[in-house]
Every structure is written in C-alpha cells, then in structure tokens.
Ligand binder design. Structure first.
Ligand code: FAD
Ligand code: FES
Length: 501
C-alpha cells in the first residue's frame, strides 16, 4: 500500500495562485501548515493584513501527516522535562499547550468548523516489560505541575488488565485538515491571501522592511513569520538543538464502540500512540502509530508497519482491514519545547518550530505567542520558547543528537550502496560512488535516471534513500528532497545539484 494519510483527501485553499510580482502587507507568513495558518488567523483577527506563501500546495506538509492527538502534557514525559527545564517551566509548558487546545476548541466553535473536535480522556500506560515506577514518577511530576491526573491499573486493551496507567481528563482530538480548511476559509474572509507552489528562496530585513523572495515574486512586509516546520531563516544554531525523527501510522476499520474513544500512548521508547476517528456508518478508524527512528537511519518501512500491525492486532480486538498507511517526520528538541519567537539577531522576523508529537498544539501556541510579540505585547511564554535559549541541562541530549552530523560526514568516504548505475532497478533509489563523488541516483518506472549530488543543500550532510516515501531524507536536520531534487521539507532551500550521467 502506498503512503497516504487519512486526511489527505481534503484540499485546503486549492485555488491559491503562485506569487508573482511584488506584493505588500503587514505580515508575510512562510509555510501553510497549522503553525502558519493559525498565525494568519490570529493576526487578521487583530486587524493586520497578512499573506501566506508555501512552496507546495496549501497545508501539504507534516500537518497533513499528523495523527492529531491534542494532549498538552509533555509527550517526552513531564518528569523528563522537569529534570531539564525545572518545575516552573514544565508547569508553564503544560499551561501553554492546554491554552492552545482551548484555542482550537474556541476557533472551531466560533467559525462553525465541522472537524470532529471532541474532548476525551488520555491514557498513558505501562508498556510491555516496562517498569511501573515510570508511571509513579510521572504521576508525581504531573501533580507537581498541577495538571489533573488519576492513577489506575488496567487499560481496555487485550492482556493489559494489570498494566499501570495514568488517566488525563479533557484531552482532545479532531480531523486536522477539516479544521485547517475551515481556519483557512475564515482567514480568506478576513482578507488573508494565500500563495501556493512558490518556494521562498530568501528572507531578509532592511530598515524595518522584511523581504520574502521567491523565484517569480516577492512580498514586502513589516514582519515575517517563518513557519516552515524546520526554520529556513536561522540556518544553523537552532538546528543544533533539534533532531528529526521519522514516525509511522497505520489505520484499520473497527466497529463503532468496540474501543472506548480516548487517546492512548505507552511508556515504551519509542512509544506507541492510538486514537479513533469517526468513519462511515457505525464504524470508526483506529490509528496506530510509532516505530520511530532517527530520519534517514532506516529504510525498512514494511517491517515497521508489520510490527505496528502485530502490536495492534494483539492488543485491540475486532480490528478490520487496513485502510491507510503513511509516515512523517517530527522534530525533537533537546529540551522538550519548540522554538517560537523573534529569530535570534532579527528585529522583525519570527520563527515557529514545534516539538515532537505535540507539533499541532505548538503550532497554535506559536500563533498566539508570535501574534502578541508582533503587536508589541508582553507574553508569559516568551522565555519558555525563546529560539535563542541555551539549555545547559540538556547538554547530554545536545551531544547525542549532534553526533549524527559527524556520522553523516564520515559517510562520504564509505563505498556506494551499488557498484554501478547499471545495477539500479526501476523504482529504486540508491547511493552510488563515482570517483570522489557520492551520487543520489533514482531510476523511475519508465527507466529514466535522475542523478544528483548526495550532499544536502542545507549544510552538506549525506542523504539517504527512503523507498516507502520515494524521497531522499537528510538525517541531520530534517530536509527531504523529492526524486527530482526539489526540497519538500525545510530547512533546505536549494535544489540538489544535478550530476551528469
Ligand atoms: C505521523 C505523525 C504523527 C504526529 N502526531 C502528532 C500528534 O498526535 N499531536 C501533535 O500535536 N503533533 C503531532 N505530530 C506533529 C505535528 O503534526 C507537526 O509538528 C505539525 O503538523 C507541524 O506543523 P507546521 O505548520 O510547523 O509544519 P508543516 O505542516 O510541515 O508546514 C510547513 C509548511 O512550510 C512549507 N515550506 C517549507 N519550506 C518552505 C519554503 N522554502 N518556502 C515556502 N514554504 C515552505 C512546507 O511546504 C509546509 O507546507 C505528528 C507528526 C507526524 C508526522
Ligand atoms: S538538513 Fe541540515 S544538512 Fe541536511
């Protein structure tokens, strides 16, 4: 089965034109995922003129690949976050993420967006062979930050009657693309202009004016918000504090009522995550996710889906046929909060980068925070998410995550995966060595060859083939390139360098 998420049939602002010529507005937003569109919404409601520009179609990035659990407590465990950031920051983090979920609830109500939004319980449960102490420690940490939590034994999965668990009330979930389509429509009614298929090549500021440049046009604005999932304006520092992980989701039909409607995730590392989505008459979809690995460090999606399916069929009775499977990328920051606020060294450029499995609530929290900063208002979350922060207590995570770059550069001296281009089959991608050069080679179904340098155009790490998504992944900071060499996920801006056959 090819990669396609449960949400991708919904088109957001499908008629958005390309950016051509010079346009002007108060705020230019680069990126049209949940972070960009939520920011456009907050700003236009405060009376500012806004333009949103995306390299591809509107909301075709990671937001269209999410699983959409809206769970405000730190998903890397509150106990871990408290160790690195302290209790006060952990508390503020939970409050800010909960405020973002409240804001989603409010917006879908105000704008009458039919997006299956609902409040429900969330269960963190003891993974197989994992110690129950993790649950005890987590309960203490959650109580310390003041969030509602209940201790219990047993969750409604097969063989899990004795698993220790925490129940968090008032979590939420929704259909992410129905929601975004509704928010984009409301933005359109308030004068926001969307531009699609317009990759931004440069964001610069001079004399209080920010210029956002694409190949065929530019936007001149008083402010810009870079909401490209991984920042394209801060080219280096922020990326040393972030690591990309690929995560996998598979969905099955299930009879409505067979599994209580709740969010579920376990204490394994990486954790499994489960939720329901209303399906056709009397049926639901169960989404089961996990099997994460550092981006580019595995190319075995079939194995990972098989493991997810086995895990799901063992635990959940009555699973029907598989309906969808897909993967995507999340960014883990070394101190468990995203980077939101004024870009380091800039006056009028702001960044919004989420964290891990909480990127949706980060997108909305980022919209609230950046809007306040643009309007010159003080905001209590400014320091918590400051892009320039140096998290000293996260030094161990910093060293572990940045070892990837060293490993990646060392790969340039290793042999290619295939001896010659003649060995490349149709539909296959592989790294081939030619003299000192490493080539990212792909042969399409008609036999045509696509040859590019295997060096990522961000800062040069060595690319890896992803056969399930048919793309090149960069293990260092999350850039992804299509087989034609075009970047499809930031931070890379430039096309891969073409190599002659
Ligand atoms: C499988 C999976 C499960 C997840 N589960 C959850 C969950 O349960 N809960 C949760 O909160 N989060 C979850 N996340 C994370 C969350 O979905 C993402 O963090 C979030 O959607 C990112 O939103 P964004 O707006 O920052 O980025 P995106 O949605 O990726 O949007 C960024 C946009 O910027 C555009 N762009 C990039 N570069 C340029 C450029 N040079 N010029 C113009 N445009 C550009 C891209 O085309 C893209 O449209 C999950 C993610 C995945 C993949
Ligand atoms: S994403 Fe930074 S080097 Fe590739």
């Amino acid at each position: 089965m090819a990669s396609k998420s449960l949400w991708m049939d919904i088109q957001v602002s499908a008629d958005a034109p390309q950016l051509e010529g010079i346009a002007e507005c108060d705020v230019a937003i680069i990126g049209s995922g949940i972070a960009g569109i939520s920011t456009a919404y907050e700003l236009c409601k405060r009376g500012l003129s806004v333009m949103v520009v995306d390299r591809g179609r509107i909301c075709g990035g990671m937001t269209s690949r999410t699983s959409a659990h809206l769970a405000p407590l730190c998903d890397d465990l509150v106990s871990e976050m408290t160790k690195v950031r302290g209790r006060e920051a952990s508390k503020l983090f939970w409050e800010s993420q909960a405020a973002a979920v409240d804001r989603i609830e409010e917006i879908q109500k105000d704008e009458r967006i039919d997006c299956d939004f609902r409040r429900l319980d969330g269960y963190l449960f003891q993974g197989r062979d994992m110690p129950s102490e993790t649950i005890d420690q987590e309960m203490d940490a959650v109580r310390e930050v003041g969030a509602p939590v209940h201790r219990l034994v047993g969750v409604p999965f097969n063989g899990c009657a004795d698993r220790h668990a925490l129940r968090y009330p008032r979590q939420a979930t929704f259909h992410p693309l129905k929601y975004i389509a509704g928010v984009a429509k409301a933005c359109g009614h308030s004068g926001v202009t969307f531009f699609s298929e317009s990759p931004v090549e440069e964001v610069s500021e001079d004399n209080g004016i920010v210029t956002v440049k694409t190949a065929r046009g530019s936007i001149r604005a008083r402010h810009a918000v870079v909401a490209t999932n991984s920042s394209i304006s801060d080219r280096f520092a922020i990326h040393t504090k972030t690591a990309p992980y690929r995560t996998y989701v598979i969905t099955f039909e299930i009879k409505r009522g067979a599994l209580p409607d709740a969010l579920y995730w376990d204490t394994e590392d990486p954790y499994h995550y489960v939720r329901l989505q209303p399906g056709p008459t009397n049926s639901d979809y169960v989404l089961v996710g996990g099997e994460d690995h550092k981006s580019g460090e595995a190319n075995d999606a079939d194995e990972r889906f098989k493991k997810l399916e086995t895990w799901a069929r063992n635990l959940i009775s009555g699973l029907g046929t598989e309906t969808h499977r897909w993967s995507g990328q999340v960014l883990d920051t070394i101190d468990y909060a995203g980077f939101i606020g004024r870009d380091t060294g800039s006056k009028n450029i702001y960044v919004a980068m989420g964290d891990s499995g909480q990127g949706l609530s980060h997108g909305v929290a980022g919209a609230m925070l950046n809007t306040a900063l643009i309007l010159g208002e003080d905001h209590p979350w400014t320091d918590l998410y400051a892009p320039g922060r140096i998290p000293l207590k996260a030094a161990k995570n910093f060293v572990t995550e940045n070892a990837t770059a060293l490993k990646s550069f060392a790969e340039y001296v290793a042999p290619g995966e295939l001896g010659s281009l003649d060995d490349l089959k149709r539909g296959q991608g592989a790294i081939v060595r030619r003299g000192l050069e490493k080539i990212a080679a792909y042969r399409d179904d008609s036999g045509a060859l696509y040859l590019y340098s295997a060096s990522c155009t961000h800062i040069g790490c060595h690319l890896h083939w992803n056969s399930f998504e048919t793309c090149w992944d960069c293990p260092c900071h999350g850039s992804i390139f299509d087989v034609g060499g075009q970047p499809i996920n930031a931070p890379a801006i430039g096309h891969l360098h073409k190599v002659e056959g």
